[in-house]
Design a protein around this ligand. Structure first.
Ligand SMILES: NC(=O)C1=CN([C@@H]2O[C@H](COP(=O)(O)OP(=O)(O)OC[C@H]3O[C@@H](n4cnc5c(N)ncnc54)[C@H](OP(=O)(O)O)[C@@H]3O)[C@@H](O)[C@H]2O)C=CC1
Ligand SMILES: Nc1nc(O)c(N)c(N[C@@H]2O[C@H](COP(=O)(O)O)[C@@H](O)[C@H]2O)n1
Length: 269
């Protein structure tokens, strides 16, 4: 029996100011999707105990909240390391949900070899979720035929995007404008960016703040300890080299959900 979650309308109402409109689902800018940055963190800013270790942070109430968010966005985006580490479902398990988000996998160097045993594809076959769209820097003609076939048979696909922006460790990256343009071309009007840390840290670079429409973070009352996968965007300096805060939220609200607290805010002033 698959998991069935419920989320009270009174709780949903608390989140409404931070969500894409129920009527048109779009962002304040008609040319790109509405972007919600959302993740669960420990008190020491960790998403997981270590790279590759799936770690439960959300309690039952905030987990239901996250699934409600999944019901309110057309797409859910994760980095390739999250997909490989967690084998996530990336579907919405609210019993009354009428739609499922499209999983978007950021895989610039094509590290994923889709297989029918991947959870996201199993759920798709059961009619409980959608197959992923994989954004890659690899040319479509260079993608192994078996990979394309598995994804395509489930209703997913690979999408090529330019990945020449410089990233850490000499690995090339996508520019977030290009990611959002690719989603817009697929008629995806809203996206929740779930993680992991590299994805979030890159989206929190100051040049992308205007692309983020809302931030909804679950904070769990636990310290995971050193060695965790940490959300901490790159250092920002003023013109004299003095360090500045990297980012700060406005329009902040805090809502308790069980033992967790959910922080809502906006990055734009
Ligand atoms: N608590 C929570 O809410 C969540 C927890 N997690 C946890 O996070 C961990 C994974 O996080 P992390 O290791 O940081 O990995 P990510 O999931 O962020 O994936 C990192 C990889 O994604 C690609 N990537 C990231 N940013 C970009 C970009 N801007 N452009 C192009 N490619 C990009 C790179 O691939 P390449 O190296 O191939 O270039 C990079 O190595 C897991 O343990 C997972 O459980 C994940 C999501 C939510
Ligand atoms: N909101 C939230 N709370 C946690 O405690 C988490 N570990 C995560 N992780 C994210 O959710 C994905 C798992 O999704 P499924 O339950 O398998 O559908 C995982 O890959 C992370 O993106 N999120």
């Amino acid at each position: 029996m698959s998991e069935q979650l419920t989320f009270a309308p009174s709780s949903a109402a608390l989140l409404e100011p931070y969500l894409p409109s129920l009527h048109n689902g779009s962002s304040p800018s008609p040319s790109r999707p509405f972007v919600t940055l959302t993740f669960a963190t420990s008190l020491d800013s960790s998403l997981s105990l270590a790279p590759g270790v799936r770690t439960r942070l959300s309690g039952p109430d905030s987990k239901a909240m996250t699934h409600y968010l999944r019901s309110r966005h057309s797409a859910i985006l994760v980095g390739i390391s999250t997909l490989l580490a967690d084998d996530p479902g990336l579907n919405c398990r609210i019993s009354s949900a009428t739609s499922q988000p499209r999983p978007i996998i950021i895989d610039p160097h094509l590290r994923w070899k889709p297989s029918g045993s991947d959870k996201v594809l199993q759920l798709c076959r059961k009619g409980q979720g959608l197959a992923p769209y994989v954004l890659t820097g690899v040319s479509i003609s260079d993608i192994p035929q078996e990979s394309s076939a598995v994804l395509y048979d489930h209703g997913g696909k690979f999408i090529h995007a330019d990945s020449s922006a410089p990233g850490p460790n000499g690995r090339s990256r996508f520019d977030w404008n290009d990611i959002l343009n690719a989603l817009e071309r697929e008629s995806l009007s809203s996206v929740m960016v779930e993680g992991g840390a590299q994805i979030i840290n890159s989206l929190l670079e100051p040049k992308y703040h205007d692309l983020v429409d809302s931030v909804i973070v679950t904070i769990a009352p636990t310290w995971l300890g050193q060695g965790g996968v940490v959300v901490s965007p790159g250092r920002v300096h003023d013109e004299n080299g003095v360090p500045l805060p990297a980012a700060r939220l406005s329009n902040v609200q805090w809502h308790p959900f069980g033992e967790d607290v959910v922080l809502c805010g906006t990055l734009r002033s």
